[in-house]
Write a protein that binds this ligand. Structure first.
Ligand code: GUN
Length: 290
């Protein structure tokens, strides 16, 4: 059976380290890092994430500012809010929760954030910096995955890594980070031929496709490390009528029988994402204050 990589415990440790730094910044320099989260519309999953982010931001001693805007907010209004936050010296990190409603141009909105405050690492400048190996704000979910992989393996140099999923939020930056750690990286996706054979080659599998339990255990090379980024809600009639449960993008039970190590859902990548958001906000604050 695979070793379980405990993202929940690791994230608590990272948040503790962030909290210590924040306390020191406040004591030595009177500076309190501030994170602004902007949520447009009523998407239920986004509301849960935003609430959880706000709570943890306060817990590590930072200022949390939430802007909840109606789903029909005009683009100009959102861009004006971002311009205000860009100019606000007490705000060091800005996060616009995705997905945005269809009438808003996500690229335009994200690229209007000051890159130095772009704690999601989605601004085109940060994407370019990461892709060229320069100091960048790194997207939180892939950063959390990388931290768990480094913690478990030490060096990743020379390992075969397969990232399943090619999103701008996870798949592409994850591949860049693994390449930066000298893995041989393959990005697989819905059009990949013989996905099972591609995944089977991997020493490291990162599943980020957004499809419940898509990767079965017989795709996994014995001893491989499996990082499951998926958070999918599926019906769970065994728990009672109308009940649901959370599952990842890999089929946990069968993968855990073959893998050397695996992240659970929940309690794996999810908590690390928020911990990395807080770490990025601290970094942005330190850079802003020299
Ligand atoms: N929606 C899903 N994941 C993310 C994320 O990491 N950042 C933002 N801003 N929105 C998301």
């Amino acid at each position: 059976m695979a070793q379980i990589i405990d993202g929940k415990a690791f994230a608590a440790k990272v948040r503790g380290q962030v909290a210590d730094h924040v306390a020191q910044l406040r004591a030595d320099h009177g500076i309190k890092p501030g994170l602004a989260v902007v949520l447009v519309g009523e998407d239920p999953a986004s509301q849960v994430y935003v609430k959880s982010k706000g709570k943890m931001t306060v817990e590590v001693g930072m200022t949390s500012v939430e802007h909840r805007l109606p789903a029909d907010t005009p683009e100009d209004t959102l861009l004006s809010l971002i311009a205000e936050l860009n100019a606000d010296a007490d705000i060091h990190g800005i996060l616009v929760q995705l997905p945005l409603p269809d009438h808003l141009d996500s690229d335009l909105v994200i690229n209007s954030i000051d890159p130095a405050k772009d704690v999601d690492g989605f601004h085109i400048s940060n994407v370019g910096l990461l892709g060229t190996g320069q100091d960048a704000m790194v997207p939180c979910t892939p950063l959390g995955c990388l931290m768990m992989l480094r913690d478990y393996h030490g060096s990743l140099s020379g390992m075969d890594a397969v990232v399943v999923g090619r999103s701008n939020i996870v798949g592409k930056p994850m591949a860049q980070l693994l390449l930066g750690d000298s893995c041989t990286v393959t990005i697989a996706h819905s059009r990949t031929k013989d996905l099972a054979a591609v995944v089977k080659r991997a020493d490291i599998v990162v599943a980020a496709v957004g499809r419940a339990e898509m990767v079965p255990g017989d795709w996994i090379k014995p001893g491989a490390t499996v990082i499951d980024v998926g958070i999918n809600r599926i019906p769970a009639p065994e728990k009672g009528e109308g009940k649901t449960r959370l599952v990842g993008d890999v089929h946990y039970e069968s993968c855990a029988e073959v893998a050397g190590a695996i992240t659970p859902v929940p309690g794996g990548v999810g908590p690390m994402t928020i911990a990395c958001l807080l770490a990025n906000t601290l970094t942005a604050c330190c850079r802003a204050n020299g």
